[in-house]
Unconditional design. Structure first.
Ligand SMILES: Cc1cc2nc3c(=O)[nH]c(=O)nc-3n(C[C@H](O)[C@H](O)[C@H](O)COP(=O)(O)OP(=O)(O)OC[C@H]3O[C@@H](n4cnc5c(N)ncnc54)[C@H](O)[C@@H]3O)c2cc1C
Length: 394
């Protein structure tokens, strides 16, 4: 880490706003990246200043005040997961090629992990990558791939050695989503919009230079990505009383039937939302001192619960109105169009279960906490030395 002071950062942000205040969004973000103000702890020349992550607050505060702060959700997989993974495990060439357009959201990314037979047990995946000289040939199917329909690049986890134990025969790659061997088929969710997809690989080609980490090191790469994913999901520290709980209070204010039972429900949820906010602040402070740990799982659990319970209660408080839903878009949503996609209460209600599944289900988060935080024994029946090819699969 280099020694960068608060005053250094203030000076750099002031210069950014002075020189680029009138630029359009991608140009401004490009200038922010070039000034090292994209993410303080990233290396110099790759969007950061190799400095204390806590200094980012100075940047964010100043950009917020100037109306030029753009959230990570405009390229959620890229900024939240794939970018940090490239910084941690990628080559210098990969950092130079991919980090800037990830930050400016000129190139959206997707995360190609889950498969029809491997979601929670992602290490059991079957998509194969076979080496052919200085490239790899990929065949298989992924599912639930958010934003694959818009993504320029994908972070792919594939099996490169079926005879190795399941966690050891995996390798991570950056795959060009626009090549002929990649077919993306949208999935319609019950909330209407097609945010995720099936992705089919048929002799898709990945140059070896697009491998992330060593051959067989894919599980370690994937873990870095998944921990960043959980942290990203639980990291938005909304101001007190905002977010899903604000919708509850709005519905409570106009509710005709304010029973003691409902008042109790509102109060409990307010407390949970406040716990989530304070827990996120605490995790943020801890993260500033090191890499994300299993506490991301606590926040992910709590944020899924708050989101789902709040949208449940809103629909309940709305009474008969809670059954009415406007015509909703079935088309794919582009995260760059808006930082916060406007949500009708009924759409929030039908979308909310997704938060308890995406990024690892609630059950899996509890397993992680049991094993890594409480030190409980692993699930029975797991043999880390059985070759993947000999594990029965449906
Ligand atoms: C909105 C959304 C977006 C997504 N985006 C992406 C994406 O961009 N990229 C990607 O790769 N994936 C994505 N996913 C997939 C997601 O990661 C998986 O759905 C998730 O990991 C669960 O896997 P599964 O659906 O195969 O369920 P399964 O693993 O089949 O689980 C079924 C049920 O069994 C339970 N279960 C399974 N194993 C255990 C266990 N060991 N102990 C206790 N209970 C268990 C689960 O909790 C669940 O209730 C997304 C999912 C959603 C909902």
């Amino acid at each position: 880490m280099t020694t960068v002071t608060d005053a250094d950062v203030e000076r750099l942000v002031a210069a950014l706003l002075e020189d680029h205040g009138d630029d359009d969004e991608p140009a401004f973000l490009g200038a922010q990246f070039d000034a090292g103000l994209a993410r303080m702890d990233y290396p110099v020349g790759h969007g950061g200043l190799d400095a204390e992550p806590s200094l980012q607050e100075i940047v964010d505060g100043a950009l917020d005040a100037a109306g030029r702060r753009y959230g990570w959700t405009r390229n959620p997989m890229g900024i939240g997961m794939c970018g940090p993974t490239i910084v941690a495990r990628g080559t210098e060439e990969q950092k130079a090629r991919f980090l800037r357009p990830i930050f400016t959201a000129e190139e959206l990314w997707c995360q190609l992990f889950s498969e029809p037979g491997a979601g929670s047990d992602v290490a059991g995946l079957a998509t194969r990558a076979v080496r052919d000289g200085d490239q790899w040939v990929v065949n298989g199917q992924k599912i639930w791939t958010s934003l694959a329909h818009l993504a320029r690049w994908g972070l792919l986890l594939a099996r490169t050695d079926p005879e190795a134990p399941k966690h050891k025969g995996l390798t991570a790659f950056i795959v060009d989503m626009h090549q002929p061997g990649v077919e993306v088929r949208p999935i319609r969710s019950m909330a209407g919009a097609s945010g995720f997809n099936e992705v089919y690989f048929t002799d898709a080609v990945v140059p070896d230079a697009m491998r992330v980490g060593d051959v067989g090191d894919g599980w370690r790469v994937a873990n870095a990505t998944l921990m960043n994913e959980r942290v990203s999901i639980g990291s938005e520290v909304a101001p007190r009383g905002s977010g899903p709980i604000a919708h509850v209070l709005e519905a409570w204010a106009s509710c005709g039937e304010r029973t003691p039972d409902r008042r109790d429900q509102v109060t409990r949820l307010w407390i949970d939302a406040e716990l989530l906010r304070l827990g996120s602040l605490r995790a943020q402070a801890k993260r500033e001192k090191g890499v994300p740990g299993p506490e991301g799982s606590v926040l992910k659990l709590l944020s899924g619960h708050v989101q789902q319970s709040c949208s449940d209660l809103v629909v309940d408080l709305l009474g008969a109105d809670g059954m009415l839903c406007p015509p909703y878009t079935a088309g794919p949503v582009d995260p760059r169009a808006s930082d916060e996609i406007p949500r009708h209460p009924v759409l929030a209600f039908v979308s909310s279960p997704a938060g308890t599944i995406a990024g690892g289900t609630n059950d899996i988060q509890r397993n992680i906490l049991g094993e890594r935080v409480l030190g409980l024994p692993r699930e029975p029946g797991f043999d880390p030395s059985t070759p993947w090819s000999r594990i029965p699969r449906s």
